[in-house]
Design a protein. Sequence first.
Length: 654
Amino acid sequence: MESQEEYHWTNMLRKHGPRWLVLLIDFLLMWCSFIFTYIVIFKYRGPISFSSLLLESLIISLVYLLIFILFKPYQSIVRRTGLRDLKLMGNCIGTAFLISILFSYFWELFLGKAFVNNFGNKWEIHFSQTQLLFHALLTGCALISVRLLYKTVYHSFFWNNRQNMIPIILFGAGNMGHNAFNLLQLGSRNRYKVVAIIDDNVTRIGRYIQGIRVRSLSDLNMDLLERIGGAQELVIAIDNSSPERLAKISEVAEQLPLKLKVMPNSVKMMEGAVATRQIRTLKIGDLLGRNPIELNNPVIANALANKVVLITGGAGSIGSELVRQIARTDCKSLLILDQAESALYDLQQELKSLDNFDRFEFVVGNVRDHGFIKNIFERIHPHFVFHAAAYKHVPLMEANPYEAILTNVCGSYQVAKLADTYQVEKFVMVSTDKAVNPTNVMGATKRVAEIAISAINKHSKTNFIVTRFGNVLGSNGSVIPLFEKQIDQGGPITITHPDITRYFMTIPEACQLVQEAGVMGNGGEIFVFDMGVSVKIMDLAKKMISLKGLSYPDDIDIKIVGLRPGEKIYEELLANDENTMKTHHEKIMIAQVNNVDIDEKKKKIDELCFIVQSGDNSINHMKMVSLIKEIVPEFKSQNSVFEKLDFTQPKFEA
């Protein structure tokens, strides 16, 4: 342990220190520089007059002292010396030099003779402009060098030798990389030590930042880690952090035992809003392989202004984000309906801090309860209905088709019919890509709901619209939280098939689509995203392992467990007989679905819901799913007990 004396002086060094001490050191360095330059210049002109040296040094020292006090370079924190401090020092020395030159001329013309007449020839002085310039340059070099030396020694003593420092590799050698280096390496509270710098810009490779050579991304391998003594993290500090670029960096880094983190962008750094604690872990959403879809349509806010809005399933992953976004608009009132009491309560507490909280109403209820839902429509008469209530877990719904039909089909159907009865302006239903050529009960029930809504729209003044998108990152039950939990437990990660792929989008993207559809839709449309290239789940799992600073398969293994009942290997956004039509946004399309025999299918949906809602326990799962297959002929079960229905094609008998 440190002795009391050692602690005292090291603690004193950590403090900013008395400013007068810095001023005194600056003054002594300036005075010593003057003595040195005076002797060097005047020793060739004859014997040096020490009285003249004393008087001249006194005059120049007073000039510099006054300038020091005026510019206050001593007020800067020496251990944080940066370019601004060096610029201030240069301005200070330059001003003092110019005043010294002007004073020397003034002395020669007016004061010199009078001073000699009064005090004698031994006090006669002659300023040398060469010596004054030499003195200014030497003083500037001395003051700057001492500051940089102190800064280097301070950080080497207090930070660079700390046992708990995190060795990192910095990706980025541009302007942001330089700023990030200073923040990481030289910040007063830093916990990081930059041991290598990487960049993918060929014009920067081979250059140096603070003595560290910039290396190519191809040099990032185990051999480099061994040569630099190891590293724990790869911190990405680039402004152009496109998903494509991040994915490329991640692909190289995932082979190494490095945690991937990312710095906030340069704008935030310039605003002074960044501290080392704000360096965040790279999220899997950063690696979608496409840029986020930005809508930000001001028409949405205008369309919802002074409107009454109803959101079903408002406490779920999509519904709750939809609530958050619509809550920022000037809607007249917003009713949030969900059967999940705890989740609804959490959302209520979250929104309490918002202005006009009294506009919001939180209701616990079920869309399957016709009388209850009818009373809500009767009481609030909504202008917009966003229907997000649904069961969505494929294996559970495959085992419980009764519940899937009752909520996803009948619940959606009766909410839509009430929207028609009470002449709602827009009804927007949240659907899924699993409704396209469905292979499971969940996807098939969502497709039946789409057909039911299209049938109602055909004869209604209400505009009924469907939004269809892929998997949502971070939603309840999605693969991301599951994989994170499995990694935290030490693995293995379980994947159903090595070739399985999925389309992904973020929750905010999904909710923006729902609102955009509600505004632009004229009724009958199914809106879909251009979601780029589908993501291979095996690659996703490996990236998540890498983001945790672990390696596959040494630290975390991946286990193939086989496809679950009803699960697809590849998912689609459009059925085989569907085409798309462009909209005003290049990333949003309208699926032109096949609505042949839609009225006949509506009768079968009425029949299905009547039987299911009657609670007749004699109706078995096979008969219910059989009728769904009649309504949705493209529904072909996979890895499910219902596969045999695709060969026998039995007819449902009431």
